[in-house]
Design a protein around this ligand. Structure first.
Ligand code: GLA
Length: 725
């Protein structure tokens, strides 16, 4: 479909817009005339759609409210649903093949309405193909207080006889005003998750994607900013993510004229979908936001949106417990006596949830066997798990357990009985990763087996927490038993059933808290975080590395989902102290994960004091607003400040990394001043941790205090409380 440049001679009819706005004063979606269309407002952004005389729905503007008037004089519009068809000038959202092998689509507007979806105003626009029985409905759900829009589409085959083949269907396409843009995204691998990267978007297409069900390489998050605006706390930033855990892609298509198109959705690489007559296909939601408050605003808006609207409602407002996890203490070699010895010390120091990791199920003595057989190993636990759970409950702690439901070891009863239940192609190697294969959860029998065996586990034992792991990437995604026309649907069907399985378990066992894990942070996304309450950010528990990993994580995901343990790990032989490890882990969901039976009395005492302090500041960390004061990516230190919504209290984590000879490096020359943010400028604040000195809010924000930490790999937690002078 062609691109239309509309020159609106007269000033855009603000009068008619205002009239409409007043008419629907609490409405965030208003229909407009001259030009006809819709204006969607959040607190700081506007998204404008126009309906052309040719009945085409076009996106005219998405950005700050302030610039709207300027843009209205010269509207440069692009299709809201760019399709494969006519001139291939844009990245398409829809690519289909009709029964007569026509591969071009041509859309025309049918109707639109504003409705409520999950309690939010949502614009629904139906378009259809001009000739073939294909209907495409786009949705824009508005969350004004977060400056966020959720966009997704459904396509329906309205015919009665023939299939339509979907070769590509993205969730959304967004056009930003012409400018030079920089992209911030994340990169990583196992043990190095969530590393922030910044790159100029030059002409061409930059793609972030997953093709193997893992998002180590690129988590599905991005931020785009005008190249000249790079302040942390001011300037425009568009940010977004995708509510999807399967294969996905996000494309940044930059034209020579400066326009930027961002498209995102399921990755249809080696994937297609047969749309049968009368059926509908729905995409996952693409989340896009705009802020004028820089990268900090982008992170604050997105994380607040996730925390308040995406996380499972049952635990959304409940503090996450302090947990103990046995993995680094006992690995596969678990038994009741040794777990209870760990639990006793965990309880003494203040732990609330005791979790047994891998190794508890039948024949699981190392990682070569047993995945798939989700029954208790009677050699390790002759009386089952329940007697041990009872003792842990009697100590006053909840009990949790590790599972990896989507996987199977070839050396397992399940695989011996059902070798056809894994992804595979005939005549092709079944590649193992960590000695395991991936179950084909697209199959109904696999789904039913997992629902049955996990339900039995949760029914027979008083389990209040599941750590749900996923330890390998996808290979040879074959499903030879499926009809040929459905075989390339397997990845999409897998994710649908994965979500269905978690949803069914949550419905059956509403008191169970779920933790998302994928060899560390290999599958953290809103698809998971709308079903799981928290996530294991990395198998790398070195506290210094964690400062980087966690800083990146917190760009996109809220602190009450970020699980962080204290362990013995020291990846760089820096010998950080126990207090430092606690201070790092306390900026998320605190856990302990190593052999604490070896703790000295002093270490136990320190742990107890730190856990007490964590409980004091937990609400601020888990429900406060985060200001990332000092980035470890820019400095040899880092600071995070969490503040209550009413600005009455805050907590500041200050971490030193390496120290250098003053004057020897650019970092060492930076002013050693710590400035806080978001306080009430006129109010007075007392800082516990700094001799309870009282400062005025605007002093702490604009003048600042001397950086409080001395020495390499030392840290400090400042508790800030509003007070009378
Ligand atoms: C993965 C997880 C670890 C641990 C092991 C158990 O590597 O990321 O935390 O649970 O599996 O095998």
């Amino acid at each position: 479909m062609k691109i239309t440049i509309l020159y609106i001679a007269a000033i855009f009819s603000f009068a008619s817009l205002k009239a409409n706005a007043n008419q629907f004063s609490d409405s965030v979606i208003i229909s407009t005339s001259n030009p006809g269309g819709w204006m969607i407002s959040t607190n700081n952004s506007v998204y404008q759609l126009i309906l052309t005389k040719e009945n085409e729905v076009q996106q005219a503007y998405y950005g700050p409210k302030a610039q709207l008037a300027f843009h209205q004089k010269k509207i440069s519009a692009a299709d809201e649903i760019p399709v494969r068809g006519a001139f291939p000038t844009k990245t398409p959202l829809l690519e289909v093949v009709f029964p007569d092998n026509v591969r071009d689509a041509e859309l025309t507007f049918v109707n639109a309405e504003v409705l409520q979806v999950e309690g939010r105003q949502t614009l629904k626009i139906i378009q259809k193909d001009k000739y073939y029985p294909l209907e495409i409905t786009s949705f824009i759900r508005v969350l004004p207080e977060f400056d966020i829009l959720e966009k997704w589409v459904t396509v329906k085959n309205t015919g009665k006889k023939n299939n339509i083949k979907i070769e590509n269907l993205q969730s959304a396409s967004i056009h930003l005003p012409p400018d030079a843009y920089d992209l911030t995204h994340m990169a990583g691998e196992w043990g190095h998750e969530f590393q922030l990267r910044n790159t100029a978007l030059t002409e061409g297409v930059k793609t972030l994607q997953a093709r193997d069900f893992k998002s180590f390489a690129n988590p599905n998050w991005f931020m785009v900013r005008p190249a000249k605006e790079n302040e942390d706390i001011s300037g425009s930033a568009w940010f977004g993510t995708l509510q999807y855990s399967g294969n996905w892609r996000i494309d940044f298509d930059k034209a020579f004229n400066g326009k930027l198109q961002i498209t995102g959705g399921i990755n249809f690489w080696d994937t297609d979908w047969t749309l049968k007559p009368g059926t509908t296909f729905e995409t996952p939601r693409f989340i896009i936001g705009y802020t004028r408050s820089g990268s900090e605003g982008a992170a604050q808006h997105l994380t607040a949106y996730i925390r308040k609207t995406v996380l499972p409602a049952s635990f959304r407002d409940k503090p996450r417990p302090v947990l103990y996890n046995s993995w680094y203490a006992t690995a596969f070699n678990v038994n009741e006596e040794q777990q209870l010895a760990l639990a006793k010390i965990a309880k003494e120091t203040g732990v609330e949830l005791f979790v047994i990791d891998d190794g508890w199920f039948k024949g699981r003595n190392d990682d070569h066997a047993a995945l798939g057989d989700w029954t208790v190993d009677r050699q390790k636990f002759p009386n089952g798990l329940q007697p041990m759970i009872k003792k842990i409950n009697d100590m006053g702690m909840d009990f949790g357990i590790w599972v990896e439901p989507e996987m199977v070891n070839p050396n397992s009863d399940l695989y011996r009985a059902h070798p056809d239940w894994v992804f595979h192609f005939p005549n092709r190697t079944r590649h193992e990763g960590r000695h395991q294969l991936m179950l084909n959860l697209a199959r109904e029998d696999v789904y039913q087996y997992l629902l049955r065996s996990l339900s039995a586990l949760l029914q027979e034992n008083n389990i209040r927490f599941i750590k749900w792991d996923h330890n390998r990437t996808l290979s040879e995604p074959g499903w030879p038993d499926a009809p040929a026309s459905e075989q390339r649907e397997v990845r999409i069907r897998y994710i649908t059933n994965l979500y269905r399985l978690i949803d069914a378990l949550r419905a059956r066992f509403p008191n169970v808290l779920f933790e998302d894990c994928s060899s560390g942070g290999g599958r953290v996304d809103l698809g998971m975080l709308s079903r799981m309450d928290q996530a294991w950010a990395s198998d790398n528990t070195d506290p210094v590395d964690r400062i980087f990993i966690q800083y990146g994580y917190l760009s996109a995901f809220p602190a009450n989902t970020m699980v962080s343990w204290i362990t013995h790990e020291d990846w760089h032989s820096l010998k950080p102290g126990l207090a430092y490890k606690f201070d790092v882990a306390m900026s998320g969901v605190l856990g302990i994960g190593y052999d604490i039976t070896k703790w000295t009395d002093d270490e136990k005492k320190l742990a107890k004091t730190k856990i007490e302090q964590y409980k004091e500041i937990r609400d601020l960390v888990q429900f406060g607003t985060l200001h990332r004061l000092v980035s470890p990516f820019k400095d040899n230190k880092s600071a995070l400040q969490y503040i209550a919504e009413d600005r009455s209290s805050a907590v500041v984590f200050c971490y030193n990394m390496a120290e250098y000879l003053n004057g020897s490096t650019a970092q060492a020359q930076e002013a050693n001043i710590l400035k806080l943010r978001g306080l009430d400028p006129g109010a007075f604040y007392k800082i516990q941790g700094l001799n309870n000195v009282v400062y005025k809010g605007d002093f702490l924000m604009n003048i600042g205090i001397a950086w409080p930490v001395r020495g390499a790999y030392k840290s400090m937690i400042l508790q800030v409380q509003k007070t009378k002078q």
